[in-house]
Design a binder for this molecule. Structure first.
Ligand code: DI6
Ligand code: FE
Length: 409
């Protein structure tokens, strides 16, 4: 991806066929060719005539489709090491849980990530980030969770934020110190959770290194009481809440996350109707991660029909990580959310735009083409919106705009 000269103050898009992704059916209808005026990094107007002066910078979209920039609302982009060996072990009959119990899994990545410097973590993450940018991503959430000490969690979060200095992208960071119990606390998960609550969350909040706190609530992660302790502490520090919940079993973590007005619950293959109702009542987004479902060869389907019945907004994300979803490709996740989970292409597109923004607490800033929103846009060589979830492996992105700054493919 090469950067071209950018337009500091304003630019007009012309001949843009818009897919606004605003609420309602109209948001998924392609407009006739029109204009978008971008000023000060925001969308200043849509559909106004171009001013009759030739000094104003314009981008002729030549009837291309223009969408909100895509949002990958769940990633573990920052990590060191490689776990292809575990992929082989799983294909030779070991389960993800068995590998974890024997020192592999998340802890294998923790040891490699602790050894790496901040600069090395950035260098390792950039090719993965580039994969996402080629899918039209303009905002990416990045979690910590492979450091599991104060020093290493802060290092991961700083590396995640620094990606913005290397690429044109908005980065939203999440503290996932409660991802696994580190070796120093083996068999003492509660003592580790005390450390997370007493040391890590206060420091992260103080240094403004994350906007949310996430917990892996699972038999191989943390139980409900430990999860609740983290949520309470996060709330006391003014941080938003997210959950890795109901991925491998039904512990009730999603309902707990919803009770704390969590922004999203993620994975949720084992979620039941009671949990779905809790999401609906609290406006919590259900984030689907089909890459992990596919890569772990899971068979338990997330409850899509119940999510629709109770009108829970669904997001779709890559969950890119070295253990369960080694896929730096959000478009492929859209495809998989349709083929594996039965989403419609429209639902998949909402899942990476307006609903993904909501999963990050950014619903009033990005993820839709609306006046006043950040000018985060993608311009595509695509005819019909269903094509995003359909043809794979071909880059059809023409350009991205992040806060009005243009980046050509
Ligand atoms: N669930 C996942 O799928 C990832 N983390 C989590 O809590 C897996 C992370 C890994 O295996 O490295
Ligand atoms: Fe994850």
């Amino acid at each position: 991806m090469t950067s071209q000269p950018t337009f500091p103050s304003q630019v007009w898009l012309t001949n843009a066929r818009l897919l606004t992704m605003m609420a309602g059916d109209a948001g998924y209808q392609v407009s006739s060719p029109t204009t978008v005026h971008i000023k000060g990094g925001r969308i200043a107007s849509i559909g106004l005539p171009l001013p009759s002066t030739d000094t104003i910078p314009t981008i002729d979209c030549a009837n291309r489709l223009v969408t909100p920039g895509f949002i990958d609302c769940h990633t573990h982009l920052i990590y060191a090491g490689n776990r292809a060996n575990e992929f082989e072990m799983r294909l030779n009959g070991k389960s993800y849980q068995e590998i974890s119990a024997n020192g592999g899994g998340i802890l294998a990545t923790v040891s490699a990530t602790r050894t790496a410097s901040e600069e090395q973590l950035i260098e390792l993450a950039l090719p993965r980030l580039d994969g996402l940018l080629r899918c039209g991503v303009t905002t990416v959430e990045v979690k910590s969770g492979y450091g599991l000490t104060l020093k290493d969690e802060l290092k991961m979060l700083r590396a995640a934020k620094a990606l913005q200095d290397h690429r044109s992208v908005n980065v939203c960071t999440t503290l996932l110190a409660a991802h696994a119990t580190p070796p120093e606390y083996a068999n003492r998960p509660s003592a580790y959770i005390d450390y997370v609550c007493n040391e890590i969350i206060p420091a992260v909040s103080e240094q403004s290194l994350a906007s949310s706190v996430d917990v892996f609530c699972e038999s191989i992660g943390f139980d409900l009481a430990q999860t609740e302790q983290v949520f309470l502490t996060a709330q006391q520090h003014g941080l938003a809440i997210k959950g890795h919940t109901e991925q491998l079993s039904n512990l009730g973590g999603s309902a707990l996350t919803a009770k704390y007005q969590g922004l999203s619950v993620d994975h949720i293959e084992y979620l039941d109707e009671q949990g779905v109702k809790a999401l609906a009542e609290n406006g919590t987004v259900a984030t689907l991660l089909p890459g992990a479902f596919y890569f772990l060869k899971e068979t338990q389907q997330p409850p899509i029909a119940l999510l629709r019945k109770h009108q829970v907004p669904m997001a779709v994300a890559t969950d890119i990580n070295p253990g369960t979803s080694p896929f730096a490709d959000l478009t492929m996740m859209m495809n998989m959310s349709c083929t594996l989970f039965g989403l419609t292409p429209e639902e998949a597109l909402r899942g990476v735009t307006s609903n993904a923004a909501r999963a990050l607490g950014l619903a009033d800033q990005t993820g839709q083409l609306q006046v006043g929103y950040q000018a985060d846009l993608a311009i595509w060589d695509i005819d019909h919106p269903a094509d995003f979830s359909y043809l794979q492996g071909v880059t059809r992105l023409h350009a991205r705009l992040v806060g009005g700054q243009v980046d050509y493919v």
